[in-house]
Each structure stands twice: as structure tokens, then as C-alpha cells.
Design a protein around this ligand. Structure first.
Ligand code: ADP
Ligand code: MG
Length: 682
């Protein structure tokens, strides 16, 4: 440790009580804090050739004063000074507001450096900054910091320079020499100095690269350590079952597994057989066959003498899963049961009784599964579907119902790899990246809203053939009330168009859960042919007879969300269609609609989505689970993220890391995070 850096900022010359208290408000108490307070951007004072500068861009040029400055006053204190400046072969004008004193300081043929906004049409710079010297004495890149209260940018820069001069060389290195050498990373002390006083863009990039790597490495060390500790602390179940038993079950399926399904199954089986507790995320696009993989895993748990639980976010989904699992397991005399909040009274008591006696092998349910009164006799495997819909806490409660059951999270939202290893960094990830053969792709069209009548004609034609349609209403994120109102309006419009020939259902978030169930049931039984809905229909609903999806204002949705919605159709044997109604204004908007019509691959779309919208928006506002990086950018620096992840895993599992002095600072860091005691990050 270097105690000097831990001294309060007030040891700096010029930092008095007032400044110190403003700095404290900004989160800066010590010299170290100050040095780690990075600029959020840089003012660029590099000289540029005016021919290359865009209109309205900020520019710095050096030139020779070519005319006597003329000064005009207007209003009370306002003034305007203009002069001509010869910059290379250009003769331009410089306008300078409210700085009349320059008139006396400027003279013809004087060399000055001028920064300001370039008006290309008028060949004029509106001056922001003037220096009476040639450019050489000036810094090209000036850091811009967030400042608060009475502290000015100029003062902060001055304190920073002082701090760097006195303490800069003491900034300790925390990356091991060997890693720094391999990636040619700058020393930390040098990088800190560069960030505050960059001499060139090149150098700044170099410094930034170091901090990006460091940030990712520290984060991934935390994740990998957590993963290791969680494995070692939690003695899991060593499931015992034979391959023959499992293969026998797989033979009974009406199809052969895809290669991708077999691969992830192997990963899951290996986890279940190991003494560690499984903590695995299973990703696979809609229809990729996750449920079957889940069923086989549950069968394995049963053979080894344990019960399994499957938790899903809605009652209707729970029912669907319970039905399909029953038809799979009942011929084998295995018991599948359903627990939701609708199961009440005596039936509920009996069910819970049977569960605690081990009479039920597979329990499917909603949140109801995590209530106190629910006790398993011997829970060995917990699977949650659409895991991002459940809070972390809820997942943990279910996990704690058994001794130490294996846990598998399934999600149909393809998560770009860079986010997956960040948000779920402490988990193992399996991906089903292939659909069963023979699937028809959903034909997707992008049309403007003014063609709505023709679209409705198309819907009518399909419904006449016996099919059904979803109509998804625009999403108004700021207001659930407006969302609902929209759905009501669209519903009224469609009732007007289709009644009495067809029945039109209405689904939105303000309905009571029982009402939602009823609406969904009517649709799945084809009592309503057309279902108008907000996005609540997004999750896992399975109505194979529905072949059309019309999405209003499609440009407002994220690509991944559109893909999820689209996955509600194309679940039967008939050709399905998705129609995106959208009049996007921006080029990215148009690009997004085009991509939707071009690919059915959820992973391609999710990568694209991340690229176009950034990581913050990817998971939606509610539960992002993403860490904030100070310098690094998950999207653009993903290669560094991958590298850091691999390095972190190697370090954590190497003996040297836990004892050699060169890793001491990294070890100290890990100790300070609490992960070594198995503390969960959420
Ligand atoms: P997911 O849960 O990933 O959306 P499901 O497991 O519900 O997908 O599978 C979708 C449909 O595909 C189901 O009807 C299922 O029976 C079928 N299916 C699953 N795996 C295969 C396969 N290997 N070959 C053919 N059909 C399959
Ligand atoms: Mg599913």
C-alpha cells in the first residue's frame, strides 16, 4: 500500500476547506480518488485544415491577424469584435462576443491560435478561445471533467496537475508484469497521467486500452471467483443414473434430438453427475427444443431418486407445460402435477401432502411453488423457464427448497455473448443454436400503416381458412395507461371490421389474472379468432393454430422483443406470417425493420439489437443486472472482455494466483469484494 495516496485532498496546495468539501460531494476524498476521477471527454485543440472541417464543427487554427479588429457595442454590456485572419491559404473572419479588451491586445501580423465553431458558409469562426502564441505551446487535448458547486473546470485541472506532479509516480501497479507484457499494456502510473494530460490521441488510446482491460479483468476475477467458491462451498447432489436408462427415455420421443440439443444435454448431464451444484443458463431460440431437454434432465433426476420442479412465469404456461409433460411421463407411470394460485382448498392440501411424501415426481408451477407451505420430499433439480422474468430472490427461494438442488435457468431471449458473460458471468452457459429440421421460417413483411386495409383483408382470408391471428398494439413505455387505451382502441376498430363473422379478444396488463387466463383460453380454444394484445402475450404462449401476427408501430420495439413476439406464430405445421406495421423516420429504424424481414435467427438479431441500442436498453429498464463500467464499453470492447474472462478463469484456477506476491493486489481486491466468502453479487 502507498499511504501517501490515501491522504486527504487537502494536503494539496490550493485545496482549502471549501474546495475539499465540494470534492467530497463529488466522491473525491483522497489523492487516489482525485487521480481516479477521469475526464468524460476531451476538448480537441489539434490544428486542422479548414478544408476538412464540417459546418458547425469546433476547430482550432493558427493564423496571422490580417485586419485591424473592429469593435461594436450593442445593448448595455454587449459587444462584438471582428477581425480577418489568414490561415494558410484561407482568409477567414473571426467573431468574438463580449471580449472588447481583445481589441487592444491584437495587432496586424500577430500570430494567434483561435478555437471556435466553424461557419462554413460565412467562412467565419465564432471564437471560444484565443491564445496569443503559436500553437506549439498549447496542449492538443484538454480533459473535460464533470464539476460541481463552486469548483470550476480550470481549478479542477490545476489540482489534478498538482496531484500528478506530487503523487503521480506513486500510483501502484496492480496488473501482474506478465499480463502487462503479453498485451503491451501501459504502466498504471503512466496511464493515469496520460488520461489527465494526454499528449496525443495515440497515447490516449493506449492508456484507455489498459484501463479497459483492467476493468474487465477485475470484474471477471470477481465472477470467476464467485463461480469457483459457489461450487466449492455448496456441496451439490451427485446424481446417479445410467446412460441406458436415459437413452431408453430419449428413444420414446417422437423425434431424434438435434445435434445442438444433444450437446447441451451432455453438459447438463455432466453437471448433474458431478458433486458440484449445477448453476447453468440454457439459451435457445423460441422453438429450439429447450423443453424437451428440460424433460430429459428431469427424467435423469427421477431415475436417481429425486423430484424435479419447473417454475414458469404465468399460469397459462404452467398449464401448457404440465399437460405436455404429463403426456410424456404418464405412460412411464411418473406423476406430474400442477401448482398455481388457482389450486385451492382441499385439492391444494392433498397435492402438497403428496408432494412432501414424494408421491409427485415433477411439480410444475408459477410463483406458487416458492411459498413456505410447499415442501418437497427430495428436490434434486430446479428448472426455471424464461428466467429473466423472475427476480433473483425468487429463484433463490426455490433453490433453497431442496438440500442443494441442481439449477437450470432457461431463456428464449438470445443474449449476446458479451452480455451473457457479463450479466451471468458466474454461471455456466449452454446454447442451443439450431432449430429442428423442417421448420418453416415465418415470412416477415414490413409495410407502412397506410396499407392497414390490405393487411386486414389478408387476416380475413387466413381466418376463413381456419387460422387465427394476433394483433400487437403499439408500445408506449412511459405510460401503461396509454398502452391499455391503445389496445382498447385497436380492439374496437377490429370488432367494427370483423364482427359478427369473427370474434375479437382483448388482452392487456390491466386485466385481472383470472381475466387474462380466460382470454387466453378462449383464444387457444379458437372461440376468438383474433386476439388484440399488448406485449403481455410475449411470454411462451403456445397456440399452434395462430399463423398471423400483425405488430403495430413495430419500430418502437427492440429487435429481440419483436423476435420474441414473432415466435408466438410458426408453432404449427402451417405457413406463418409476421407483418410489421411501421413508418420509421430514421435510417436505423429502417435498417431494423429490414433486418427483421431478412433473418429468423434470434442470435443475429440480438447482436444487432445490442449494437443499435446499447447494453443499457437490452434487458429493458426493470432488471438489467449489468454492471457499470467506467472506461470500458461492453459492445465495442468485447474482444478485451473475452480475453479478460479467459485470463481471469486461468488465474483463479492457478495455484500461483493465491500465493505469489505479484498477484497480491488482485487478491486484496478480491478479498475486498466479499465474493470469497461466497457472497452473492446481487
Ligand atoms: P422451446 O421451449 O425451446 O421454445 P419446445 O421444447 O417447446 O421449444 O419445442 C418446440 C416444438 O418442437 C415442440 O413441439 C417440440 O415437441 C418440438 N421439438 C423439440 N425438439 C425437436 C426435435 N429434435 N425434432 C423435432 N421436433 C422437436
Ligand atoms: Mg418453451
Amino acid at each position: 500500500m502507498t499511504p501517501d495516496l490515501l491522504q486527504p485532498v487537502s494536503v494539496l496546495k490550493g485545496v482549502g476547506d471549501e474546495t475539499a468539501s465540494v470534492l467530497t460531494e463529488m466522491g473525491i476524498r483522497t489523492i487516489e480518488d482525485l487521480l481516479e476521477y477521469f475526464p468524460y471527454r476531451y476538448e480537441d485543440y489539434r490544428l486542422r485544415d479548414l478544408a476538412e472541417v464540417q459546418h458547425d464543427e469546433r476547430v482550432t487554427v493558427e493564423g496571422k491577424v490580417h485586419s485591424e479588429p473592429s469593435l461594436a457595442y450593442y445593448g448595455k454590456k454587449k459587444s462584438r469584435l471582428t477581425f480577418r485572419l489568414l490561415v494558410g491559404r484561407y482568409l477567414i473572419s473571426v467573431i468574438c462576443f463580449n471580449r472588447p479588451y481583445y481589441k487592444k491586445q491584437l495587432s496586424i501580423n500577430q500570430i494567434v491560435t483561435v478555437s471556435g465553431k466553424w461557419d462554413k458558409n460565412r467562412q467565419t469562426i465564432t471564437l471560444q478561445d484565443l491564445s496569443f502564441s503559436t500553437h506549439e505551446s498549447k496542449q492538443d487535448l484538454e480533459p473535460v471533467y464533470t464539476v460541481k458547486g463552486s469548483l470550476t473546470m480550470k481549478q479542477l485541472r490545476k489540482h489534478m496537475v498538482n496531484a500528478l506532479r506530487e503523487f503521480g509516480s506513486q500510483v501502484p501497479e496492480n496488473l501482474p508484469e506478465q499480463i502487462r507484457h503479453t498485451y503491451k499494456l501501459m504502466q498504471k502510473a503512466e496511464a493515469v497521467k496520460t488520461v489527465h494530460l494526454p499528449l496525443s490521441h495515440e497515447e490516449l488510446k493506449h492508456a484507455r486500452r489498459r484501463f479497459v482491460y483492467e476493468e474487465f479483468l477485475l470484474f471477471q476475477l470477481k465472477m470467476q471467483a464467485l463461480r469457483k467458491v459457489q461450487r466449492e462451498l455448496s456441496k451439490g447432489i451427485t446424481h446417479e443414473f445410467s446412460e441406458e436408462a436415459l437413452n431408453g427415455f430419449i428413444q420414446t420421443l417422437p423425434f431424434t434430438l438435434t445435434d445442438a440439443q444433444s450437446k447441451v444435454l451432455e453438459e447438463i448431464i455432466a453437471d448433474m453427475k458431478s458433486p458440484y451444484r449445477m448453476n447453468r443458463l440454457l439459451q435457445g431460440d423460441v422453438g429450439s427444443g429447450k423443453t424437451v431437454v428440460a424433460a430429459i434432465s428431469m427424467y435423469a433426476a427421477i431415475v436417481s431418486g429425486y423430484q424435479s420442479a419447473l417454475m414458469v412465469p404465468t399460469e397459462i404456461l404452467a398449464e401448457q407445460h404440465a399437460n405436455s409433460l404429463s403426456s410424456l411421463f404418464e405412460p412411464l407411470h411418473l406423476k406430474v402435477a400442477l401448482l398455481t394460485s388457482s389450486v385451492k382448498g382441499k385439492r391444494r392440501r392433498e397435492l402438497l401432502e403428496r408432494l412432501s411424501k414424494g408421491d409427485i415426481h415433477i411439480m410444475v408451477g408459477t410463483h406458487a411453488l416458492i411459498q413456505d407451505e410447499v415442501n418437497f420430499q427430495r428436490l434434486g433439480l430446479v428448472i426455471t423457464d424464461e428466467q429473466h422474468r423472475f427476480g433473483v430472490g425468487q429463484r433463490r427461494v426455490l433453490r433453497e427448497k431442496g438440500e442443494s438442488p441442481d439449477v437450470l435457468f432457461m431463456t428464449a431471449t438470445p443474449i449476446p455473448r458479451t452480455l451473457a458473460i457479463t450479466a451471468f458471468g458466474e454461471m455456466d452457459v449452454s446454447v442451443i443454436d439450431q432449430l429442428p429440421a423442417g421448420r418453416k421460417t415465418i415470412e416477415t413483411y414490413w409495410v407502412k400503416h397506410n396499407l392497414l386495409d390490405r393487411i386486414l383483408g389478408f387476416v380475413d382470408k387466413e381466418v376463413k381458412k381456419g387460422r387465427q391471428a394476433y394483433v400487437i398494439c403499439p408500445l408506449i413505455e412511459e405510460s401503461e395507461k396509454l398502452d391499455v387505451q391503445n389496445a382498447i382502441d385497436v380492439h374496437a376498430m377490429l370488432v367494427h371490421s370483423f364482427s359478427p363473422a369473427w370474434n375479437v379478444g382483448l388482452m392487456h396488463g390491466r386485466l385481472h389474472p383470472n381475466e387474462k387466463e380466460a382470454v387466453m383460453r378462449e383464444f387457444s380454444e379458437n372461440k376468438t379468432q383474433i386476439l388484440v394484445s399488448t406485449t403481455v402475450v410475449e411470454v411462451g404462449v403456445n397456440v399452434p393454430n395462430a399463423t398471423i401476427m400483425v405488430i403495430y408501430d413495430a419500430e418502437r420495439f427492440g429487435l429481440s422483443q419483436l423476435h420474441q413476439l414473432r415466435g408466438r406464430v410458426g408453432r404449427g405445421s402451417e405457413q406463418s406470417y409476421c407483418i410489421l406495421l411501421a413508418d420509421p423516420k430514421s435510417e436505423t429504424g429502417k435498417e431494423r425493420m429490414k433486418i427483421m424481414t431478412e433473418t429468423n435467427d434470434g442470435f443475429v438479431l440480438s447482436e444487432k439489437d445490442l449494437e443499435l441500442r446499447g447494453p443499457g436498453d437490452f434487458f429493458g429498464k426493470k432488471q438489467s443486472g449489468l454492471p457499470e463500467f467506467r472506461v470500458a464499453d461492453m459492445v465495442h470492447d468485447y474482444r478485451a472482455l473475452e480475453t479478460a474472462r479467459a485470463d481471469a478463469a486461468k488465474l483463479i484456477y492457478s495455484g500461483a494466483f493465491w500465493k505469489d506476491p505479484e498477484y497480491e493486489r488482485l487478491r486484496k481486491y478480491l478479498e475486498s469484494t466479499g465474493v470469497l466468502e461466497g457472497e452473492k453479487l446481487d
